[in-house]
Design a protein. Structure first.
Length: 767
C-alpha cells in the first residue's frame, strides 16, 4: 500500500469572496483527500492528505481550474508529517498578521442567478439582491479581510434557515457565499419620495418605480456602488429636464439597455463591443450611435457616439425588464460633485433633481462609479481603451517591478483623480474619485485612501504627488507627516505608468499629450516628447509654446486659444474668424488678442489639448465648452465622419536647436484659411488629425534614432482620441518601432497615480 502524503499549500491572488474555499472542498472530495481549508490575511491556506498521486493532481488543479472569479497568482506548498485525520472541512478564518489578500471587484449577476430571478417557481423570484459565489457585490460591501460576512455590510442580516442551509451545503453554488440572502432575511427595496417617506400603496417597489419611469418621471436609483439618476432614454422632455436639474448642459449621458439586442439597436456594436458589454465588469462602452436610434437628442447632443451598458445587478435587471425600454443611467450627483452613496446624502443632494428614490437597506461601504471603455484598433486587432477605471475593475491590483522597498501612497492629479497604494510588488490603483476641485470630492478622496490603507494594511512611508502646488492632492500629500515626500512631474508620471503597466524596464520615447500639466520649468506643459524611464527623464521636444489667455478661462472658452494661436502665427491683431462671428464680438476678440500680446494673466503652454481647442473653435465647432475636453471630442467626431486619410493632412514643421519643436503655427493658419473658405468641419478636422499623427510619429522616430531607443509610449488624455492614437501608432509601427499604450489603466489622469508610485518607488529605493 502506497504511503499517504500530506501537504500544506498557500494560494495567493484574488481567492477570497470568489468561491475558492468551496472549490477546494469539492476538489478534495472528488480526489478522496482529507484535510481543511481556511481564509487568512494573505489569501487561502489549506492542508490535504491522501494518495500521493491524488495530492499531486489536487495541487495542479488548484491553479489550472479555479472558479470563474478567482485569479490565482501563486501556489506554494510544503510536505508535512501525516496524521490520522479524516474528512475535509472548511475552517473559520483567522488573522494573525498584516492583510495582503486581494479583494474581488464587484461582478455582474451570473446566468444561474438570472434564471432564478425570473422564474416564478423559484423562491428568489424577483428578489433584487440575489447572488452566489460566482457573482454579486464584493468591493463595495467589504469592510476588511479576510472576506467573511462579519466584515461586510451584510453583517446586519442574519441568514434564515434555508439560506444558512445553502451556505453550509458543499453541493450548492451558494456554499460559503458571504452575501447570501433572500426576501425572508436579506435586504429589501423601497420607493420613497424626496423627503424619504415611503410612497403609499406600493407592494412592489421596483414595479412601481418602473411605472413612474414610463410616466416620464426622474428616478434616483441606489445601485451597487452608489446612486444613478434615471429616466427613459427615448423621452425628450424627461431627458431635457434631467439635464437642466443636474446642471449638465451638454456632456453625454450613459444609457442602460435591457439586453444586447436593444443595445445593438442603439449603437453599432462590433464583436469586441459586445464582448465588453457582456463581460463580468459590465462597463459603459462607447460606440457609434445608430442612425435613427430611439434615443432622445438630449442624451448625447453633438456627439455621434453613445455610451451604452447592460444591467449588472438584479435590481437593474428587474427595473429594465419592467420598463421595457432603455434608460438614461447617469451618475447620481450634481455636476462636479462625487456620486451619492448613502441614503441620507442622496435625499439631501439629489432631492432637487429626482422625483422619486428607489432605495434599499444594504449599506454601500465604498462609492464606485461605472467604468467607461472604448475600443481602438492597434496592430490590426481591436483592443480595449480604458477611459474610466472603477466598478468591476477596482480593487484588482497591478504588479510593480522592481518591488517597492517601502510602502508608497501616490496621490494622483487634480482631474479624474485616482490614488494608488503600493506594498512590495503589489499596487492598488483606487476607484475613480473625480475632479478634486471642491471639499466634497476631497473628502471622498480622503475616505478612499483611508479605506484602502486599512483594507490592505498599508502604512505609507513614501508619499508621491504632482508638482503643481495648487492641486488639492498635492496639499493632502504634503500634509501627511512622518513620511518622505516625492514630487513627480506630471508627464513623467504618464510615461512611467505605461512602462510599469507593461513591465518594461528599457528607456522609451514618450509622446505625452494632454490638456494641462505643471512643467519642470513652471510653465503649463501638455505636448511633450520625453525620453526616459521610471528613474529619470529628459524633455527632448514639445509643441510650440503659446499664451493661454485668462488661464483656466481659456479651457472653458476655446475661442481664446484660437485667438492666441492666430496672434502667434500672424501678428498682434488677427481678424475675427468668420466661424466665430456671432459667438464673439470684435471688441472682445481684440481685447483677448492684446492680452496675449501683453502676456497679462496668460501663462505659456505647450498643451496639445489647447491646440485641439483652437482648431475646433476656428471651425466653429466648440467656441465655448461646458465640460472638460469637449472641443477635442467634437473635433474627433467631425473627423470620424470625413474621408479619413484621403482628406489630406496639414503640415506641421518640426525643428529646433538641440530639441524637437512641433510648430503648429502654419497648421493653424491653414485650418483658418480652410474654415474661412467654407471647407467642411469634417475635412478640417481630418486634416488636423492626420497632420498631428504624422508629425508625432516623425518626432518620436527622430528622437528614438538619436537616443538608440526602439520603444515609444503614447499616453496622456489626448490619446483617448481613437483616430489620433490609431494613426500615430500605425505610423510608428511602420517605422519599425514598438508602441506601448495604456491598457489596464486610462491614458488620462486616472492612471497617473500608478506612474507617480513607480517613480517614487525607484527614488525611495535609490535613496
Amino acid at each position: 500500500m502506497t504511503p499517504a502524503r500530506r501537504v500544506r499549500a498557500r494560494v495567493e491572488g484574488t481567492v477570497q469572496g470568489v468561491g475558492f474555499r468551496p472549490f477546494v472542498y469539492r476538489l478534495a472530495a472528488e480526489l478522496a483527500l482529507a484535510g481543511h481549508v481556511r481564509n487568512d490575511e494573505r489569501g487561502v491556506v489549506l492542508e490535504v492528505q491522501g494518495d500521493p498521486e491524488g495530492v499531486e493532481r489536487f495541487l495542479d488543479r488548484l491553479a489550472s481550474e479555479p472558479p470563474p472569479l478567482a485569479l490565482v497568482e501563486r501556489v506554494s506548498s510544503e510536505d508535512l508529517a501525516t496524521t490520522d485525520a479524516t474528512g475535509f472541512r472548511i475552517l473559520g478564518s483567522e488573522r494573525s498578521g498584516e492583510a495582503a489578500a486581494p479583494v474581488s471587484a464587484d461582478t455582474a449577476t451570473c446566468d444561474d442567478c438570472l434564471a432564478e430571478l425570473f422564474d416564478p417557481r423559484d423562491r428568489r423570484h424577483r428578489y433584487p439582491f440575489i447572488n452566489c459565489t460566482n457573482c454579486g457585490p464584493r468591493f463595495t460591501i467589504v469592510r476588511g479581510v479576510p472576506y467573511d460576512r462579519p466584515l461586510t455590510t451584510m453583517a446586519g442580516f442574519q441568514m434564515c434557515r434555508r439560506c444558512q442551509g445553502e451556505y453550509d451545503d458543499p453541493a450548492n453554488r451558494r456554499f460559503h457565499a458571504q452575501p447570501n440572502a433572500c426576501a425572508d432575511c436579506g435586504p429589501s427595496a423601497r420607493l420613497v419620495d424626496r423627503v424619504g417617506q415611503a410612497v403609499e400603496g406600493v407592494d412592489d417597489a421596483i414595479a412601481a418605480a418602473a411605472d413612474a419611469l414610463r410616466a416620464g418621471r426622474i428616478l434616483a436609483v441606489k445601485g451597487v456602488g452608489g446612486f444613478h439618476l434615471a429616466c427613459r432614454a427615448d423621452d425628450e422632455p424627461a431627458v431635457a429636464t434631467l439635464r437642466a436639474r443636474k446642471h449638465r448642459e451638454e456632456k453625454p449621458f450613459a444609457v442602460m439597455a435591457p439586453d444586447l439586442a436593444t443595445a445593438s439597436g442603439l449603437a453599432q456594436l462590433e464583436p469586441e463591443h459586445e464582448q465588453l458589454l457582456l463581460g463580468r465588469e459590465r462597463p459603459i462602452v462607447v460606440a457609434p450611435r445608430r442612425s435613427g436610434a430611439d434615443v432622445a437628442a438630449s442624451v448625447a447632443p453633438r456627439s455621434p457616439d453613445l455610451g451604452v451598458m447592460l444591467p449588472y445587478s438584479p435590481l437593474h435587471h428587474l427595473l429594465l425588464v419592467d420598463v421595457d425600454a432603455a434608460l438614461v443611467m447617469t451618475s447620481g450627483n450634481v455636476s462636479d460633485e462625487p456620486i451619492a452613496y448613502r441614503d441620507e446624502d442622496a435625499l439631501a443632494r439629489l432631492g432637487p433633481i429626482a422625483d422619486l428614490f428607489l432605495v434599499h437597506d444594504r449599506p454601500i461601504e465604498t462609492r464606485t462609479d461605472d467604468s467607461v471603455v472604448r475600443t481602438v484598433t492597434l496592430d490590426r486587432s481591436p483592443r480595449r481603451l480604458m477611459l474610466r477605471r472603477s466598478r468591476g475593475h477596482v480593487p484588482d491590483s497591478l504588479e510593480l517591478r522592481p518591488p517597492a522597498e517601502r510602502p508608497v501612497l501616490a496621490c494622483g492629479a487634480e482631474l479624474k483623480n485616482a490614488f494608488c497604494l503600493v506594498k512590495g510588488r503589489r499596487a492598488w490603483v483606487g476607484h475613480h474619485v473625480g475632479d478634486l476641485k471642491n471639499w466634497e470630492t476631497l473628502q471622498s478622496f480622503r475616505e478612499g485612501v483611508t479605506h484602502f490603507e486599512r483594507l490592505f494594511a498599508v502604512e505609507p512611508e513614501v508619499v508621491a504627488h504632482d508638482l503643481h502646488p495648487d492641486y488639492l492632492s498635492t496639499t493632502y500629500a504634503l500634509d501627511r507627516e512622518a513620511v518622505e515626500h516625492v514630487g513627480v512631474q506630471h508627464h513623467h508620471a504618464h510615461l512611467a505608468a505605461c512602462l510599469a503597466e507593461h513591465g518594461e524596464d528599457r528607456p522609451a520615447v514618450g509622446a505625452i499629450y494632454d490638456g494641462t500639466g505643471y512643467g519642470a520649468d513652471g510653465s503649463v506643459w501638455g505636448g511633450e516628447i520625453l525620453v526616459g524611464d521610471a528613474a529619470a527623464f529628459e524633455r527632448a521636444g514639445h509643441l510650440w509654446p503659446v499664451r493661454m489667455p485668462g488661464g483656466d478661462r481659456a479651457v472653458r472658452e476655446p475661442w481664446r486659444m484660437a485667438c492666441a494661436w492666430l496672434v502667434e502665427a500672424s501678428g498682434p491683431e488677427p481678424p475675427l474668424p468668420p466661424a466665430l462671428d456671432g459667438h464673439v464680438s470684435e471688441s472682445r476678440w481684440l481685447t483677448i488678442a492684446r492680452l496675449v500680446g501683453d502676456g497679462l494673466a496668460s501663462p505659456v503652454t505647450t498643451s496639445v489639448g489647447r491646440l485641439f481647442d483652437a482648431v475646433a473653435a476656428l471651425r466653429g465647432l466648440c467656441p465655448e465648452a461646458t465640460y472638460e475636453g469637449q472641443a477635442a471630442v467634437e473635433l474627433e467626431a467631425a473627423a470620424s465622419g470625413a474621408a479619413g486619410e484621403a482628406a489630406g493632412a496639414y503640415v506641421f514643421d518640426l525643428g529646433g536647436d538641440g530639441g524637437l519643436v512641433i510648430d503648429a503655427r502654419e497648421t493653424v493658419l491653414a485650418a483658418a484659411r480652410d474654415a474661412a473658405s467654407g471647407v467642411s468641419p469634417g475635412t478640417v478636422a481630418a486634416r488636423f488629425h492626420n497632420g498631428l499623427a504624422d508629425v508625432t510619429a516623425r518626432a518620436c522616430a527622430e528622437c528614438a534614432e538619436r537616443h538608440g531607443i526602439d520603444v515609444v509610449v503614447l499616453s496622456g488624455g489626448v490619446f483617448q482620441n481613437r483616430l489620433l492614437l490609431e494613426r500615430t501608432a500605425a505610423a510608428l509601427a511602420g517605422a519599425g518601432l514598438e508602441v506601448l499604450v495604456p491598457e489596464r489603466l486610462p491614458p488620462n489622469d486616472g492612471g497617473i497615480a500608478y506612474g507617480q508610485a513607480a517613480v517614487a518607488a525607484r527614488a525611495a529605493g535609490a535613496g
